[in-house]
Write a protein that binds this ligand. Structure first.
Ligand SMILES: *[C@@H]1O[C@H](CO)[C@@H](O)[C@H](O)[C@H]1NC(C)=O
Ligand SMILES: *[C@@H]1O[C@H](CO)[C@@H](O)[C@H](O)[C@H]1NC(C)=O
Length: 298
C-alpha cells in the first residue's frame, strides 16, 4: 500500500514536471508557391525545430484541407478566408490552448500578423516574420514555382489592374499590392493589407491584440530578389509618389501616429529587427539554430 501511494505520488510529480517544463508549441505558415509540408521547405524546418527543441509540437498550417488546395491558396484564396480557416484550426487544436509561437514565411508572415490581430485566442506569444511583406509589395520580379508565362501574366495583371474588384477577389498578391504612386487608391481599394494596417480607419481591436505579442521579430533578407522593396520586411516602404527612396518604419506616419500600436511595441522593446545576407528565405540551419531557436525556447 505504501508502495502504491509512493508510486502514485511519483507519477504525479513527473506529470507536473512535464507540464511545467513543456515548451511553447510552434505554428508555421508557408509562403506563395509553397505548402505546409514539402520535405524541402517547411517539412525540413519542422524537422529541424523538433530536433533542436525537445518535445516541441509544431503545426504547419495547411489551408483548404489538402495539399493541392493548400498550394492554390497561396495564389487564389483571399487572405480573409485563409485567416478564418487558420483561426479555426488553431482555436480547435487542444495542443495550442495555452498559446503558441508563430513563424511566418514570406506572405505567410503578414498572414500570421493578421491572425494575431483578428484571432487573439489562443494567444500568439512570439511572431517571427521571415521576409514578410508588412507594407506590401510593388513589383514581382520572380514567382517561386510558377512558369515564366504565368509569372509574366500575373505581373501584368498586378501592374495594370491590381485594385480592380475582380482582381482583389481573385489574386492573393493583389490584396497586398502597394502602389506608392497611388497611395490613395491603395488605401481605398486594397482589400487586405490596407485593412490590417489600419490605413482606412483605426481598428482599436487590431492595436489591442497586437500589443499582446511578447515579441515581434522581423527578419530581412538583404539580397532579396523577390520582394520589392526589401524594406517592407522591416515594415518600411517607399516614400509616397515615387518608387526609389525608402521610408523606414520609424519615419513613417504609421509609426509616428501609432495607428497600429507599433511605436508602443517598440517602446516596450518587443520589436526585434534581424538582417541576414542572402536571397529571399535563404538561411542555413546553423543560422536558424543560432538566431531563432533561442527565442523560441524561452
Ligand atoms: C475590427 O477588427 C475586428 C477583428 O477582426 C472585427 O471583428 C471588427 O469588425 C473590426 N471593426 C471595424 C470597425 O472594422
Ligand atoms: C547583400 O546586400 C548587402 C546590403 O545591401 C551588401 O552589403 C552585400 O554586399 C550583399 N551581398 C551580396 C552577396 O550581394
Amino acid at each position: 500500500m505504501h508502495f502504491k501511494a509512493a508510486f502514485g505520488y511519483l507519477l504525479f510529480i513527473t506529470t507536473v514536471a512535464e507540464y511545467t517544463t513543456a515548451t511553447t508549441p510552434i505554428v508555421l505558415w508557408h509562403g506563395m508557391g509553397d505548402t505546409c509540408c514539402f520535405p524541402f521547405s517547411l517539412g525540413s524546418i519542422k524537422k529541424i525545430l523538433q530536433e533542436k527543441i525537445e518535445g516541441v509540437y509544431v503545426k504547419s498550417l495547411k489551408i483548404g484541407g489538402n495539399l493541392i488546395e493548400d498550394y492554390k491558396s497561396g495564389f487564389f484564396i483571399h487572405p480573409d478566408k485563409q485567416l478564418k480557416d487558420a483561426c479555426n484550426q488553431i482555436s480547435t487544436d487542444p495542443q495550442l490552448t495555452n498559446g503558441f509561437n508563430a513563424l511566418g514565411f514570406s506572405q505567410g508572415a503578414q498572414f500570421l500578423r493578421a491572425l494575431a490581430q483578428r484571432c487573439p485566442n489562443p494567444p500568439m506569444k512570439t511572431l517571427v516574420s521571415f521576409g514578410g511583406q508588412h507594407q506590401g509589395v510593388f513589383g514581382l520580379p520572380e514567382c517561386p514555382s510558377l512558369s515564366k508565362q504565368s509569372c509574366e501574366y500575373m505581373r501584368k495583371v498586378l501592374n495594370y489592374a491590381a485594385y480592380e474588384k475582380w482582381v482583389q477577389k481573385l489574386l492573393v498578391q493583389a490584396t497586398y499590392w502597394h502602389d506608392p504612386l497611388n497611395e490613395a487608391e491603395y488605401k481605398a481599394k486594397s482589400t487586405f493589407l490596407a485593412d490590417i494596417n489600419n490605413e482606412r480607419t483605426v481598428n482599436q481591436t487590431y492595436i489591442d491584440n497586437l500589443q499582446k505579442l511578447e515579441r515581434f521579430v522581423m527578419v530581412k533578407f538583404l539580397n532579396d530578389t523577390i520582394v520589392q522593396p526589401i524594406e517592407t520586411e522591416w515594415f518600411g516602404f517607399y516614400k509616397p509618389d515615387q518608387d526609389k527612396d525608402i521610408l523606414p518604419l520609424k519615419e513613417s506616419p504609421l509609426y509616428k501616429e501609432d495607428r497600429l500600436g507599433l511605436r508602443q511595441l517598440d517602446a516596450d522593446s518587443k520589436l526585434v529587427f534581424l538582417a541576414i545576407e542572402g536571397d529571399h528565405l535563404h538561411f542555413t540551419d546553423e543560422w536558424l539554430d543560432e538566431h531563432i531557436v533561442p527565442i523560441l525556447k524561452n
